[in-house]
Design a binder for this molecule. Structure first.
Ligand code: NAP
Length: 249
């Protein structure tokens, strides 16, 4: 097990996709997992039930990560119920693809709000809680598109994901004196609802160029996140781990 008894982890966007796989993996590795969701209550409850069936420990909590007061409330609850937070994984994220020339200001702001502002709000509250125990690990979810520009129609998403990398670097500098680590995982194309939304011709074309010849599975990202979150990665902070099947050929 990667985590000692009593360890507490919060996974934003833990109801579906990569966050779901991360929640299951952290629980299997011994952490009590708080599964955050915005709208998918049934999915979040299912993740909690699955973890409990496997003998793990989990609860779910509704909060829109763009809502400052809702995020603060979640952390007040964690402080009251557990008095600690060992791991934060920020997986809540959205795409809102559209070519730039037809993109409205609101459409540009959508992914920035959820992906970047949501990451800022949750990391800020997590650092406040973690620094008291002088330990903790934050793992943010960026995307390889934040490094290579993604595909056409994703300027808003790519801007948010590039900013998450820069933000996490800066966060790791501020967090280090408090004994807290912060790292980024930047996945390529992973089979989740997010990529199922991409028009089939674009998805197929992209997939055919991945050097390993296939899209990633959420579990393959989750194992990297758990490693970074754990003491096995005790000398890693400010690192970006890219998991994109070798990239595009
Ligand atoms: P997904 O399957 O669409 O799941 C998105 C998750 O984010 C859901 O649990 C959703 O919860 C949650 N969420 C969305 N808006 C939220 C909000 N305002 N507040 C709280 N939770 C919110 O997406 P995914 O593919 O797992 O992506 C997870 C993360 O990995 C994202 O940050 C994404 O950018 C990143 N990523 C994904 C890929 C990929 O290929 N899939 C590649 C690179 C990076 P509700 O359903 O409850 O709203």
């Amino acid at each position: 097990m990667l985590f000692t008894q009593g360890s507490v982890a919060l996974v934003t966007g833990g109801s579906r996709g990569i966050g779901r796989a991360v929640a299951l993996d952290l629980a299997r590795e011994g952490a009590h997992v708080i599964v955050n969701y915005a709208r998918s209550e049934r999915d979040a409850k299912e993740v909690v039930a699955l973890i409990q069936e496997e003998g793990g420990s989990a609860t779910s909590v509704q909060a829109d990560v763009t809502d400052e007061e809702a995020v603060r409330h979640v952390f007040r609850q964690i402080r009251a119920e557990h008095g600690r937070l060992d791991v934060l994984v920020t997986s809540a994220g959205i795409t809102q693809d559209r070519y730039l020339i037809t993109m409205s200001l609101d459409q540009f702001r959508g992914p920035l709000d959820t992906n970047l502002i949501g990451t800022f709000l949750t990391c800020r509250e997590a650092l406040k809680l973690m620094r008291h125990r002088r330990s903790g690990s934050i793992v943010t979810l960026s995307s390889s598109s934040g490094l290579d520009g993604g595909f056409p129609g994703q300027t808003n998403y790519v801007a948010s994901k590039g900013a998450i990398i820069a933000f996490t670097h800066a966060l790791s500098n501020e967090a280090a004196p408090h004994g807290v680590r912060a790292n980024v995982v930047a996945p390529g194309f992973v089979t989740t609802d997010m990529t199922r939304k991409v028009p089939t011709p674009i998805r197929k074309q992209y997939e055919s160029r991945i050097r390993l010849g296939r899209m990633g599975r959420p579990e393959e990202i989750a194992s990297i996140v758990s490693f970074l979150a754990s003491e096995k990665a005790s000398y890693m902070s400010g690192s970006v781990v890219v998991a994109h099947g070798g990239g595009l050929g």
